[in-house]
Each structure stands twice: as C-alpha cells, then as structure tokens.
Design a protein around this ligand. Structure first.
Ligand code: BJW
Ligand code: ZN
Length: 241
C-alpha cells in the first residue's frame, strides 16, 4: 500500500483527529512563509520584527510590517488545502484544528472552533489597559493606532518571540493532540516552540502522525507517513472519499 492509501485508511478508521497547520498551508494562497529564502521582509528577519523589543523600539516600523500582512491576507483567498481541512472536520465529532497562522483563512474556508495559538491579525489589543477589538479595516486610518480608552499604542494580538501563547487556547490544543488517534501536520517547519512540541507529544500518546509538506521538516522523522507535496494538491486527495 502506498503512503497516501495508508493515510486515508487510518483517517477513515479513526474517531478523533487533530490537525496542525503552519504557514505552508497558506503558501498557495500567495502568502509568504517565514523561513523560505523569499520569506524575509525588506531584509528584516522575522525574529527582528516579531518581538516585543522591536515593537517597543519602533512601533511604527512593526506596524508597517503588520499592515502589509493584513492587506495581503485580506486580498488572499482560501486555497484547496483550507477547504479540504474544513471538509474533513465535517466527518468527525472529535476534530480540532490548531493553527499557527494568523491570517484567518481557515475560518474563511469554513473551519470552526479554530485554535489560533499564535493569535490573529484581525484582533488589535492594548496591553496597557487590556482592551481588545476585532478590526478588519485595511488600511488602518493612521499608524500606529492608539487605544480609544487609554491612549497607549495598540498592537496586533499576535504572539511574538519570547511571549507566552494564549494559555487556554494552547491547552485546548494540547488536550486535542492527547486525545487524537490521528495527528495531521501540514506546512510547518516545526522549528518554533512550544507548538513544535505537539508533534513529539502526539508520538508519545500513540497518535498516527501524517505530515504534509513538500520538504522535510525538523520533525519529519516522527511522522508515520510523510506525504511530500503541496498542501493544496495533497490534502484534496487525502480527504477525498
Ligand atoms: C509548504 C508549502 C505548501 C511551503 N504546502 N507546505 C531555543 C530552543 C527552543 C526554543 C527556543 C529557543 N530559543 C528561543 C526559543 C523560544 C521560541 C522559539 O521557538 N524559537 C525558535 C525559532 C528556536 N519560542 C517562543 O518565543 C514562543 N514563546 C515562548 O516560548 O514563550 C515562553 C514564555 C513562557 C511564559 C511567559 C513568557 C514566555 C513564541 C513563539 C511565537 C512565534 N511567533 C511567530 C511570529 C508571529 C508573528 C507574525 O506572524 O508576524 O509565528 S514566528 C513564525 O514562526 C510565526 C509562525 O506561526 C511560526 C511557525 O512557522 P511555520 O508556520 O512553521 O512557517 P515556516 O516558514 O517556518 O515553515 C513553512 C513550511 O511550509 C516549510 O516546512 C515549507 O516546506 C512548507 N511549505 N510551501 C505545504 N505549498
Ligand atoms: Zn488602552
């Protein structure tokens, strides 16, 4: 039996599925991944823009980066990978989608209850007074936006390096992985923790791990089946009846 057939059979005979996605799932929607050669932003590494220190130093520059990301995400459309994952969800009572992506494309494809463990481009928050608001307006009228309650500079509700993940969201992801019989890992380089740690966790818990990625990731060796190809091509085959 080939890998695809084996993966399909395991999925068909399982009751509990967790899926983890990374930037690769949105690559075919035209959104850049982080660690590709062309994944740099005007010469800045993601580690140099996506930190609280960078924001404290230069909120305008960091906002410029996120404004660009918000515009790109707003203009992008879900691709067949997002749609396949939304379709897969409809087959299971116990299904959890954990995404590291902040673009909102899974929800636009019809996924529900998505665990956005690295936050969202579409929530703007004030860390001084703790208010947050959903805001899909692009471009923002002025940058950086200021909190209407306290006047402090607002920021996108995204988890930067060195910041903790939203604890309840992440814990629900951990529980879903622990419950899962199958764990599908799509389009992530598996280099950023603690999320990458979900893969060894799944392994310890006896989940069957399916990786979908055109290239090997840092944790490919933990997968039971490696489906090498683009998510938008492989996932429709994986979820086809
Ligand atoms: C395709 C495809 C196609 C292409 N189809 N696939 C040393 C060791 C261990 C840990 C650390 C360490 N030093 C520092 C740390 C901690 C740090 C970390 O992990 N760093 C590593 C880089 C080493 N982690 C943190 O800081 C985290 N917080 C934390 O640990 O807090 C501790 C704490 C506790 C309590 C209080 C306070 C603190 C937070 C991590 C937050 C990550 N945030 C980012 C940026 C968000 C901002 C933004 O979006 O602008 O999230 S980083 C960036 O990487 C983004 C992504 O979600 C994340 C993961 O990237 P992803 O999705 O895997 O993308 P790529 O580009 O890496 O990979 C794309 C993949 O797609 C590739 O494999 C391609 O092959 C594939 N692909 N086309 C399918 N068509
Ligand atoms: Zn405020």
């Amino acid at each position: 039996m080939n890998s695809l057939a084996q993966a399909k059979e395991v999925l068909a005979s399982s009751q509990s599925v967790a899926v983890l996605t990374g930037a690769g799932v949105s690559a075919e929607s035209g959104l850049a991944t982080f660690r590709a050669v062309d994944g740099l932003w005007e010469g800045h590494r993601v580690e140099d823009v996506a930190t609280p220190e960078a924001f404290a130093r230069n909120p305008g520059l960091v906002w410029e980066f996120y404004e660009m990301r918000r515009i790109q995400a707003a203009e992008a459309s879900p691709n067949p990978a997002h749609v396949s994952i939304a379709n897969l969800q409809r087959r299971y009572e116990d299904f959890t989608l954990i995404t590291q992506n902040v673009d909102g494309l899974h929800q636009r494809a019809g996924s529900t209850g998505v665990l956005e463990v690295h936050g969202s481009l579409w929530i703007i928050e004030c860390r001084r007074c703790g208010t947050s608001r959903e805001d899909r307006q692009v471009p923002q009228p002025s940058l950086p936006p200021k909190c209407s309650s306290c006047g402090a500079v607002e920021r996108p509700a995204i988890v930067w390096f060195g910041e903790g993940l939203p604890e309840d969201v992440y814990l629900r992801g951990v529980e879903a992985v622990e419950r899962s019989a199958v764990f599908v890992v799509v389009g992530t380089s598996a280099q950023v923790y603690p999320v990458a740690g979900l893969i060894p966790l799944a392994r310890r818990n006896g989940s069957f791990i399916i990786e979908v990625n055109p290239e090997a990731s840092a944790l490919s060796h933990m997968a039971h089946v490696e489906l090498r190809g683009k998510a938008g091509e492989v996932l429709p085959q994986l979820v086809a009846p």
